[in-house]
Ligand binder design. Sequence first.
Ligand code: FAD
Length: 494
Amino acid sequence: MKRRERVVVVGGGITGLTTAYALEKAAKDIDVIVLEASPRLGGNIVTQHHQGFLIDGGPDSWVATKPYATDLAKELGLADELIETNAANRKVYIAHDGRLHPMPEGVMLGIPTEIEPMVKSELFTWDAKLRMGLELLVPRKSWHDGEDETVGAFLQRRFGDQLADRLAGPLLGGIFAGEADQISVRAAFPQLVAAEREHGSLIRAMRLQMATRKKAMKKGKGPSAFLSLKRGMGDLVLNLAHRISGEVRVDAKVTAITRTDEGDPRGRFRVFSNGRQRIFADHLVLTVPAAPARALLAPIDDAFDDALSGFDYASTATVFLAFKRKDVDHTLDASGYIVPRSSGRAALASTWVGSKWEHRVPSGQALVRLFFGGDGREDLLALSEAELATLAERELAEFVPLKGKPLFSRVFRYQNASPQPRLGHLGRMAKLKKELAKISGLYIAGNGYDGVGIPECVRQAREVALSIHRARASLPFATAAELSADRGSILPGD
Ligand SMILES: Cc1cc2nc3c(=O)[nH]c(=O)nc-3n(C[C@H](O)[C@H](O)[C@H](O)COP(=O)(O)OP(=O)(O)OC[C@H]3O[C@@H](n4cnc5c(N)ncnc54)[C@H](O)[C@@H]3O)c2cc1C
């Protein structure tokens, strides 16, 4: 009798869970086991309820322009749960010179597309505005093979210093909790490189995109750039977990991986969790950040020691402050504000939860989130929760007058969770893929490898599931009895 093939997925974040779900969907005759180190599923996704507030500690939405997460939510039966951000409050402020400036209208991915709002904006000096307009005439760069450029240098080259320092840099770098001057534009924003290549000018390219978007808006299609779920991002995790019929184990840290001998009928890999539990796997999918992936894979092939070095991640903390609405002396008419690093302030950004998603905050109250830490600014994370909450209140008060103390605060820490695709990231990824291809049945996907953010994680997960599906026909088989005898056995030292 043929045994069922087994896939072990390491990590129970959105990538791991989607991989398991997609694998089972593609093939009924497969065993999937998800091993998650922590006591809960979801990884960075954490949804909490407190005193009538719905708090998404990490991601609170995903970009609507990438279809992968939206499609997954629909597939899971969550179409009616999808929500857009409040249309009345879609603007974003930029903190500069001690006050909040509205981001000029028509800005897409930090790139201006309309003249009048830029001319009127007090965020930039006149000579800087002139320099930005000259972007239309800046010649396109011809890239050499393997050449890279930071997001900051790219923006400066095309638009001059001020757009890079005050608007596009903080906006684009902020997506990574990173510095625009440290992030590879080819890895992080290939669409900007393509726009320059194809249109010779980013302004021209973005204007075309804006025109398409406006046409869509006229047809009544939802213009929200972000989508979320009524019951919070945790709903995605919960629904995925319920749909997986294989085993999903929490408190199951994978501590070692070894390879079996060629042709071993039990599978290609032994996976040890919590140092003792041994599981055989035909296919192994790592959906953990590069540091744990490196620690697990270097012992089976030291090429991974090198291939997985150089993938950096930054740490952050998000701090939520709840207030009585009357104690916040601001219209809160935006989704929040971004703080350019040049401002010298401690916070990276702030989002105004009730302005984005009204139903997440009880009436008569307000919920504000501030981001701290990020690449090169992690020293702040040594502060205690109480100290971070006090700092958050002080930072917020700089731009949003407060007339009362917070009702409560919540702090979420994200250790090495924000990938920093630095210069040469694409080369590192190519090298990693080359090493992976040498070991049949081994896959890596998720945050910081081939993209960041929830849609990209979902896409990578589905691609891995598809690759496994395609590769399955050539596996050696053993009996079901052999396999079940091995499941969960205690390490005898093989
Ligand atoms: C503060 C913050 C805000 C964000 N906001 C957004 C947003 O609004 N929109 C968006 O699209 N993206 C956002 N992101 C990014 C998004 O959270 C990630 O892209 C995504 O959640 C990553 O999912 P993942 O499954 O790849 O990794 P993770 O969520 O990191 O999951 C990996 C899992 O692996 C487990 N693990 C690690 N080592 C082991 C081991 N040895 N054995 C077993 N398990 C192990 C971990 O415990 C973890 O649960 C945000 C990130 C942060 C930190």
